[in-house]
Structures are given as structure tokens and as C-alpha cells.
Write a protein that binds this ligand. Sequence first.
Ligand code: 9UX
Length: 72
Amino acid sequence: GTLVGQFTIGGMTCAACVNSVEGILIKLSGVKRASVSLPTSLGEVEYDPLIISKEEIVTAIEDAGFDASFVQ
Ligand code: 9UX
């Protein structure tokens, strides 16, 4: 089954940042769904924990130049 993780993303300042982060997330193996909000700096990712960990998702966001941490 899949889990839904919520995380904070720092460093997003325009709508293109949101598209960029969502694009990064949805391309990750094991991620089924991703939505990111610019006004709240929150993201939600549905993922398969057998394929990818929340730490790996955070690392992928940080590799793209943003700050990220899971809240749940
Ligand atoms: Mo907007 Mo974000 O011009 O990395 S794309 S600030």
C-alpha cells in the first residue's frame, strides 16, 4: 500500500517553483501523487514505502535547491 507524507518546502518564491518541485516529485520511482502549495509551503506526497523512503524524497527536493523536511 501507499502512505501519504506531508512536508514543508522552503525556498519556493514563484509558481514555477511549485511546478518544478511537483515535477521532481512525480518523476521519482515510488511516488504516485504529489501536490505542493506555494502560500503554505506545504507539500503532500503519496508514495510506496517499499520503493522510496521519505528521507529520499526530502533529499531529491534538496538536490533541486530547496529546503525540505517531513512533518508527518
Ligand atoms: Mo521562479 Mo523558483 O522565477 O526556483 S522558478 S523563483
